[in-house]
Design a protein around this ligand. Sequence first.
Ligand SMILES: [Zn+2]
Length: 161
Amino acid sequence: MTTKAQKLGDWGEKQVAKLIPCPNCDAMKLRVLRNSFPSLDLICGNCATYMAQVKTVDLKSKPDVRPKTIPGAGWKPLETQIARGVLRDLYVVGAQRTPRSFKLVWIDRVPGNVLLANAQIFVRRMADIKSKDRKHPMFSIMYSQLPESSIERVFQGPPLR
Ligand SMILES: [Zn+2]
């Protein structure tokens, strides 16, 4: 079964793939990876050297405000990536719900080297895993703590009013 959050996440990945060219080779060939890789959502089908992760946020009634925190995924893979200095670019997709789907408002890109230089924005938290009745280490992204100048707005559309 697909949860609401998964639906929003899948939709956001498709928006980036549809609208954003690969920063390495300029081809419009970003493809959505199946959900089996931690923190990897897109790969370039042309150069195959570019991979990225995507987080999609529901902006609700504040389309012009960057979210304070964004829920991340498992802490362990992130910790390894930071230790090895291999963080991929992060796309943050700002969306608003419509009666049947979502409306795209903006897309930000944060380069992986910027994430590494600001790794304190990744905060560890313990989350409940419902199916397993135990807590699991996850991370949150303190998105509003990133310097404004380090975020590229790669798409901007009109919000719902
Ligand atoms: Zn490419």
